[in-house]
Design a protein around this ligand. Structure first.
Ligand code: HEC
Ligand code: HEC
Ligand code: HEC
Ligand code: HEC
Ligand code: HEC
Ligand code: HEC
Ligand code: HEC
Length: 403
């Protein structure tokens, strides 16, 4: 009898736990029930998914687990010396990664890598403190294959108090929510209202995912699951139906700098929306305005004659939105030549480079690499600032650009 009761209890428990695991398998998106999550798109859009999941967009933020973090943790190259008594060392302990502060050879503090930002040129990381994230003083730069000061950080002493605010996540992730903590107890500081916010960790959706660009797609996925014979898209915004400005705005949301006056959160943007409802421009795009090569591809491109006079160039003219920027310069040349069949290079230009070099390298001369004025960094034991170099999107004639 006892045995029977025991078995009965056991089977109830088994059923209970089984239903629990079923529940946790059902994906719940932190953005709400209109969202399906990128995984759900695989079954019908495998080519787009396979490409996008490897892209820098998907890696724009990620949990700082082994494999997601760039840079050395064990070779010689993992120490940054501030002065003869102070150094910061990258250390691995089990599955966790840290920036460890040493004073006179003794460990005085350790800061855990929690979230990484960036994939292509550089990667910076944050640690958690009191419900918010703070940037670690050292970042990894691919151009020098080394750790160096995070942009704007000093090289003579370690600094741990730069909060990474929600706005960073608005361009580097697909969702993050915060709640305001009791303001009475906190010291009101009008310069940093964000200080009163604490981030709800569970609400982070890492990277720029399918629905960050395409908008909520749960209805769309559900419709097509139910109606497998329908081959035209239902319940989703088609980029093909958008006008040029709307297509541009969907990229300019994050690729047009960060100095407009904010009217609405970037997270509320859906394809088809107008960026002018989100930001009030403070700078006009006239010929002479200087925009930085970092983070402002849209406004640089918008200054180009190609953009103004063709009246059709947009980001998709040269980029597959699901892939990284192609490294194949000849492929870009083909795009240039689709509009420029006859080019009047002068004898001087024609003579200085061979025909095929000229044909395959339009961007080398007309979209040259430039140093960012917004970002620079310092290596350990170096007094010099190193430049952060990106290709300008202001297509034009640069007399000094040469291969
Ligand atoms: C059960 C199948 C199915 C699922 C799941 C699905 N889709 Fe689709 N989707 C389709 C079909 C069918 C079309 C129309 C044919 C096409 O363009 O491939 C389509 C078209 C699209 C289009 C192009 C719209 C246009 O007209 O330009 C986008 C964008 C899209 N889906 C995004 C998504 C995203 C994002 C997800 C995941 C959240 C998703 N889909 C999940 C079946 C599906
Ligand atoms: C939500 C913000 C956001 C939106 C919207 C967005 N991007 Fe990006 N994009 C980023 C960020 C952040 C990076 C840097 C990712 C990294 O390297 O970690 C990036 C990187 C890129 C890159 C370089 C990737 C590489 O590794 O070569 C290209 C190209 C690009 N974006 C094009 C586009 C285009 C085209 C659109 C519009 C269809 C677009 N982006 C929309 C934020 C965004
Ligand atoms: C207005 C949108 C925007 C905001 C806000 C923003 N970023 Fe970015 N960030 C970008 C884009 C776009 C890129 C990639 C292209 C580029 O560098 O021009 C990028 C690149 C980066 C990279 C280098 C990734 C690479 O290309 O290798 C890091 C690291 C980074 N951002 C961190 C941050 C941090 C930390 C903050 C907040 C202090 C922040 N970003 C705020 C848009 C933004
Ligand atoms: C950076 C923004 C961005 C991200 C991230 C993104 N897409 Fe797209 N997607 C676009 C744009 C822009 C277009 C329109 C391209 C065009 O018209 O050439 C597009 C087109 C599509 C199409 C229609 C393809 C066609 O040939 O008509 C599908 C399907 C699609 N995306 C699915 C996805 C899925 C699934 C994901 C995630 C795995 C995803 N997208 C992630 C921006 C994005
Ligand atoms: C969508 C069509 C289109 C594409 C693609 C395009 N251009 Fe242009 N480009 C134009 C038009 C139109 C003009 C203006 C011609 C005029 O003023 O008569 C122009 C002007 C130029 C000029 C003269 C700029 C100046 O300031 O005087 C250069 C150089 C140029 N393009 C190079 C390029 C290169 C390099 C590429 C590829 C990276 C490219 N273009 C892609 C349409 C295009
Ligand atoms: C005329 C072609 C062209 C157009 C249009 C264009 N790009 Fe690019 N883009 C390039 C080239 C070329 C590169 C450099 C690739 C390389 O050198 O690896 C690039 C690189 C990038 C990068 C990576 C930055 C870097 O230097 O690594 C980002 C981000 C980017 N583009 C975003 C955009 C956005 C957003 C738009 C629309 C506002 C856009 N691009 C329009 C040609 C173009
Ligand atoms: C070695 C550098 C270099 C390369 C490579 C190069 N250009 Fe130029 N381009 C120039 C210079 C310099 C000028 C200004 C006129 C001159 O001095 O020849 C110019 C002028 C132009 C103009 C404006 C003149 C006109 O015809 O209206 C266009 C358009 C242009 N280039 C397009 C291209 C395209 C497309 C490619 C690739 C097929 C290309 N260029 C490759 C250096 C270069």
């Amino acid at each position: 009898m006892k045995k029977a009761v025991f078995l009965l209890v056991l089977s109830f428990l088994a059923i209970y736990f089984a239903s629990c695991t079923n529940k946790s398998e059902e994906y719940i998106d932190p953005r709400g029930t209109d969202y399906a999550g990128s995984e759900s798109c695989i079954q019908c859009h495998k080519p787009e998914y396979d490409m996008a999941v490897k892209s820098s967009h998907f890696k724009a933020t990620a949990p700082a687990v082994l494999g997601n973090v760039s840079g050395a943790f064990d070779s010689k190259n993992h120490t940054f010396v501030y002065d003869k008594d102070t150094k910061l060392v990258m250390e691995k302990e089990g599955d966790s990664l840290y920036q460890v502060l040493y004073k006179n050879g003794k460990e005085t503090a350790r800061y855990k890598f929690e979230i990484v930002f960036g994939a292509k040129h550089a990667q910076t990381s944050v640690y958690w403190k009191d419900g918010n994230t703070y940037e670690l003083p050292l970042s990894f730069y691919h151009s020098v294959n080394s750790w160096a000061t995070s942009p704007g950080f000093p090289a003579d002493k370690p600094y741990f108090d730069r909060m990474v605010v929600k706005d960073c996540y608005a361009c580097h992730s697909s969702n993050i929510s915060s709640r305001t903590v009791d303001q009475n107890s906190a010291d009101r500081n009008f310069m940093s209202m964000e200080v009163l916010d604490v981030i709800d960790k569970k609400t982070i959706v890492y990277g720029i995912d399918c629905e960050r660009c395409h908008g909520p797609a749960k209805k769309h996925a559900a419709f097509h699951l139910k109606n497998p014979n329908v081959k035209t898209a239902n319940s989703i915004v088609s980029f093909k139906s958008l006008d040029r400005q709307q297509r541009l705005d969907a990229c300019a949301l994050c690729h047009a700098g960060n100095d407009g006056m904010k009217l609405k959160s970037r997270f509320d943007f859906k394809p088809g929306d107008h960026l002018s409802d989100f930001f009030r421009e403070t700078k006009s795009i006239n010929d002479t305005a200087q925009f930085d090569v970092h983070g402002n591809q849209f406004r640089l491109m918008a200054q180009s004659k190609c953009f103004i006079k063709s009246e059709k160039m947009d980001c998709i003219t040269c980029h597959n939105p699901h892939d990284n920027a192609s490294k194949n310069r000849a492929a870009y040349s083909k795009i240039c030549m689709s509009c420029h069949q006859t080019i009047k290079h002068t004898d001087k230009t024609l003579k200085s480079v061979s025909g095929s070099l000229l044909a395959d390298n339009c961007v080398e001369c007309h979209m040259p690499k430039k140093s960012s004025n917004a970002i620079s960094f310092q290596l350990s034991n170096s007094k010099q600032l190193s430049n952060y170099i990106l290709r300008t999107h202001r297509i034009g004639i640069y007399p000094n650009a040469k291969k």
